[in-house]
Write a protein that binds this ligand. Structure first.
Ligand code: B12
Length: 146
């Protein structure tokens, strides 16, 4: 299916609820802006309620969650589970990436769980991930509402 993301549309970038790192978020914002998107960067340590409220108000074309502190799996699961509980956000395209765990390359089961919980794509900091992320921005599959 063709992309749900068009240039000029809003992309919300958010750090994991427990994650205080910021340069990952700045990097993503610059990358997305360079590609022509309007970016709302919610910053680090984003509470689930704020993520939901901003998503409802902004109605972004894409939500990009980033975590590098090692708690990305736990934060990411909580954030997407809460988000998908809202019917209005059940089809919002959402991806997560960064250094999601503390064991290097991501565990296959955890990756599957994140996808099952509602992410459209999961990036685990492998070589080439940014290229894949760029490609996804051009060909994001439309989610079917639950
Ligand atoms: C600077 C830094 C800090 C600073 C952050 C300052 C700030 N304002 O951001 C401070 C000192 C505060 C800090 C704190 C901590 N840190 Co720190 N920190 C770093 C460090 C040295 C650099 C991070 C950085 O800025 N990189 C530059 C940005 C641009 O790159 P990046 O974060 O790597 O993100 C890239 C990718 O992950 C990817 N990416 C990220 N998100 C996404 C999302 C998508 C969708 C995609 C496609 C790609 C993507 O793209 C980015 C560019 O390539 C790294 C080690 C390292 N050399 O990477 C550790 C590191 C991230 N920190 C680490 C840890 C453990 C912590 C602490 C928990 C330490 C502690 N015990 O207190 C705390 C975190 C506290 C918290 N609540 O989160 C670990 C994480 C371990 C893990 N994940 O396995 C690291 C990897 C160090 C290590 N090797 O152990 N840290």
């Amino acid at each position: 299916m063709s992309t749900a993301v068009n240039r000029g549309e809003t992309v919300v970038v958010a750090g994991g609820t427990s994650d205080s790192h910021t340069w990952n978020l700045v990097f993503l914002q610059l990358l997305l802006e360079e590609m022509g998107f309007d970016v709302v960067n919610l910053g680090p340590c984003v509470p689930e309620d704020l993520l939901i409220a901003e998503s409802l108000v902004r109605r972004p074309a894409l939500l990009v969650l980033s975590s590098v502190n090692g708690h990305g799996y736990q934060d990411g699961m909580r954030m997407i589970t809460r988000l998908r509980e809202r019917a209005e956000l059940s089809a919002l395209p959402a991806v997560i990436g960064g250094k999601l765990g503390i064991s290097g390359a991501q565990d296959a089961a955890e990756r599957a769980n994140l996808l099952q919980a509602g992410y459209d794509a999961v990036f685990d900091d492998s070589a080439g991930d940014i290229d894949t992320f760029r490609q996804l921005l051009d060909s994001l599959p439309q989610r079917t509402p639950a």
